[in-house]
Design a protein around this ligand. Structure first.
Ligand code: G
Ligand code: G
Ligand code: MN
Length: 384
């Protein structure tokens, strides 16, 4: 609105909405503007959901009564979230937060909807819908960011690479883990614009890392959704990334093992396309899926990432030790590089170094870091 018609008109509209809301309420209720396009209402009387529903329906169905001196035809829609005292919270802050959550859920349901906060009903489904809508918005406004986690050479402990990990901190919902939003992105096709944004950010950051000549002999590894890999846009996107100046030789793409079973043939074809571009590929979380050794024969992969669950109990569990040792020796025989993930202790580090695992990644060396911190980390880094 501000962009299309100017701020004065935007202000007029906000005033009209405030007046409209006031006229919809009763003595003793309050309306306040609490954000750019957000209003908060305190209803004094209603105690039942039924009463709230009546008020909400009235507010929503009369939006055409919003008096606004306009030459342009505007359709105004509202999303309402309610939190009822005391069920939805006992303090004003709690109530506001829960009303906010309910409002986001209302938004996710579509236009002109209302939601009354309730912890139990469809909580999961609603959160998913909510995250889908919010993720779309986050991608549009480029609100996703990247954390980079260093990967070091086991022998020299020099930094050999960085894993790209998508990060999303929502202004109201807080930090949302990729394990929650990536599956939603995959289901909703948002994975396509998400990856596009990710690649754009990587292209920018790549140049910044290169001011330290970092990629002369280091790689960047990116998690890829197997579902997206099948889409024709994927390889084109990688080509574009290379066109921005990212060397194909410094790229590794990770596909999780569990995804391979389902889509083996298509993925195989795509991995060969990537190989033609000179981009390397890795199997992520190796050992957790079906671990068919057939994959290693059929797929053009160059790197195996040993899942952190095996590393976690390395020095206490002989089965894990046996698995890790055999993966390392198998990889050596086949000429593949191995990265062990989730290295947290000195003992794990020593153990993996002794069995000649190539590369290590984990909190013992470095946590995932945002660009600025990661650049600083690389600049100051001293091998342990
Ligand atoms: O980043 P951790 O910090 O929580 O990552 C959790 C999971 O999310 C990992 O399995 C990782 O592979 C996956 N992941 C992180 N970033 C991305 C991404 O950009 N794309 C895809 N497809 N998966 C990602
Ligand atoms: O599935 P994938 O391997 O891409 O997941 C990488 C995940 O592992 C990220 O969530 C990252 O934050 C996490 N991670 C990285 N190093 C460690 C570690 O040393 N310990 C634990 N517990 N998690 C780690
Ligand atoms: Mn990974």
């Amino acid at each position: 609105m501000n962009d299309a018609l100017g701020h004065d008109r935007g202000d007029e509209l906000l005033i009209s909405i405030a007046e409209y809301l006031q006229s919809s309420l009763q003595e003793g209720d309050y309306v306040a503007r609490t954000g750019g396009d957000e209003f908060s209402i305190v209803l004094k009387t209603p105690s039942s959901k039924k009463e709230v529903a009546t008020i909400a329906t009235k507010i929503i169905s009369n939006t055409k009564n919003i008096q606004f001196n306009q030459h342009h035809k505007l359709s105004i829609t509202l999303s309402l979230g309610f939190a009822l005292y005391p069920h939805a919270g006992k303090t004003p802050n709690q109530l506001i937060r829960h009303a906010d959550l309910a409002m986001f859920q209302a938004k996710a349901k579509g236009k002109n909807q209302f939601v009354i906060f309730n912890e139990h009903i469809h909580a999961q489904k609603q959160r998913e819908n909510l995250l889908e809508v919010e993720l779309g918005r986050a991608i549009e406004t480029k609100a996703l960011s990247i954390a980079y986690q260093p990967i070091v050479c086991a022998r020299s402990q020099k930094i050999k690479g960085l894993e790209v990990l998508s990060r999303w901190t929502h202004e109201k919902l807080g930090e949302i883990p990729p394990s929650e939003y990536i599956p939603i992105a995959e289901k909703s096709q948002l994975i396509i614009p998400l990856t596009k944004l990710l690649f754009e950010q990587i292209a920018d950051d790549y140049q910044k890392f290169n001011t330290l000549s970092f990629f002369d002999d280091a790689f960047i590894t990116i998690n890829i959704s197997a579902k997206h890999l099948q889409n024709t846009s994927f390889v084109t996107g990688v080509k574009k990334l290379i066109d921005t100046g990212v060397r194909a030789e410094s790229l590794i793409l990770e596909v999780t093992e569990s995804a391979l079973v389902e889509y083996l043939e298509v993925i195989q074809a795509k991995l060969y396309d990537l190989q033609l571009l000179k981009v390397r590929t890795a199997i992520d979380d190796f050992g957790t899926g079906y671990s068919s050794l057939q994959y290693l024969k059929d797929l053009p992969v160059q790197v195996l990432k040993i899942d952190q669950t095996f590393v976690a109990e390395l020095c206490q569990n002989k089965y894990n030790e046996a698995i890790v040792k055999s993966v390392v020796s198998l990889a050596q025989t086949l000429g593949l590089k191995v990265i062990a993930e989730g290295v947290e202790t000195k003992e794990q580090f020593e153990y993996l170094k002794n069995i000649h695992c190539d590369m290590l990644q984990g909190y013992y060396f470095a946590r995932p870091m945002y660009l600025k911190d990661c650049l600083e980390f690389i600049r100051k880094y001293q091998p342990k």
